[in-house]
Design a protein around this ligand. Structure first.
Ligand SMILES: *Cc1c(COP(=O)(O)O)cnc(C)c1O
Length: 353
């Protein structure tokens, strides 16, 4: 591990009460380069641009995948990561599917911890605040050859993130476009999955929806995911979520919600969610909630669902009545060290550098 700290930190000018998420970056970044069949040393270096030409293979053939994670700070300034093992194994699954090399624990886990330690001053304090972390792997060989790249870069950049609060959204159930196909790359965090989802989402926005509930590509009769989040449906007091598969991303938030729900004694059914059953439940009043989960906002509650030109309004539950918001609170309390962590999900970031 090489740690090269910046001589001109921007941290003293960072105002945690006034910044823009997603385009404010911390003082450092992680980089590690792969060539001649092996990864080099992992480095924490000053944040800044890299230099590539348009012949870089990622830009032409799309070998790129990423992760999304967060670091949290408690009231005593301790910094924690969350379930890092899950993101580590997932980035390697994504990389494998895209024929990219596997990362070692030394590179991913130790690189991440050293980076967050060095930039710990950027982890904002307070309710709902965190430091968003974006590990990624991309092909860097300069060659217009449609084959597996021989050079890659692993990098991590970080951006402070504000409140988790997100307005309830209206979502359109897709009856035409698909996010993923059998045998495809839906389970991986391939960058191209996002690129391919923007156009259908833009069309849904023109119809007055914020997001899409993706359905199975073969019949469009089963829920798969919601936007770039896993989806949950509550009918009466039972919650349903689709099983993970090659089309459904194995979300860390999804898995955490399932465990937190079971701990509260809520019945969780993992399996097919039929569009028809959801609409029937809406008609007879047993459909209580539909929501998406993911690291970025933890929970997105839905106020309406659209299907084939019809729009169905959903009840707006209070924080006490809502399973989505109760489980979100349970999760945030563990992430920010306000509650016991019986699952061993928190990863303290020691002061070392
Ligand atoms: C990242 C992602 C999720 C959420 O995963 P988390 O680990 O909970 O952040 C869900 N679906 C898709 C398609 C994703 O890319």
């Amino acid at each position: 591990m090489i740690i090269q700290k910046t001589s001109s930190p921007r941290l003293p000018n960072f105002d945690p009460n006034n910044f823009s998420f997603g385009n404010t970056f911390t003082d450092h970044m992680v980089i590690c380069e792969y060539e001649n069949g092996k990864w080099g040393e992992v480095k924490v270096v000053p944040y800044g641009p890299l230099s590539f030409t348009p012949a870089m293979m990622t830009l032409n053939y799309g070998q790129a995948c990423f992760e999304g994670m967060k670091a949290y700070k408690d009231k005593d300034d301790n910094v924690f990561l969350f379930r890092v093992d899950k993101n580590f194994s997932r980035i390697n699954k994504s990389a494998q599917r895209l024929a990219m090399p596997q990362l070692t624990e030394e590179i991913f886990v130790e690189g991440l911890k050293a980076f967050v330690d060095v930039d710990r001053g950027w982890v904002p304090h307070g309710e709902g605040m965190s430091l968003y972390l974006r590990p990624l792997i991309f092909a860097t060989e300069e060659a217009l050859k449609a084959r597996i790249s021989e050079k890659y870069m692993f990098a991590i950049v970080a951006s402070p993130a504000k409140s988790y609060y997100s307005e309830p959204v209206a979502v359109k159930i897709s009856d035409y476009y698909s996010r993923a196909a059998s045998g495809g790359v839906g389970f991986s965090k391939a960058a191209g999955n996002y690129g391919a989802s923007f156009y259908p989402t833009q069309l849904a926005k023109e119809e007055g929806y914020d997001q899409i509930i993706w359905t199975d590509d073969a019949t469009h009769t089963k829920f798969e995911e919601s936007g770039t989040m896993n989806v949950f449906v509550r009918i009466n007091d039972t919650i349903y979520t689709p099983a993970t598969s090659d089309k459904i991303l194995d979300g860390v938030t999804r898995d955490s919600f399932i465990q937190l729900a079971k701990r509260r004694g809520i019945e969780v059914v993992i399996g097919d969610i039929l569009v028809d059953d959801v609409l029937k439940a809406h008609a007879d009043g047993s459909l209580k909630e539909v929501w998406g989960v993911g690291t970025a906002v933890v929970t997105n509650t839905f106020k309406a669902i659209g299907y084939k030109g019809q729009r169905f309004e959903l009840p707006l539950l209070s924080e006490e009545e809502s399973y989505a918001l109760t489980l979100k609170r349970d999760l945030l309390n563990i992430q920010t060290n306000l509650a016991e962590d019986p699952f061993g999900w928190r990863w303290p970031v020691e002061r070392k550098y």
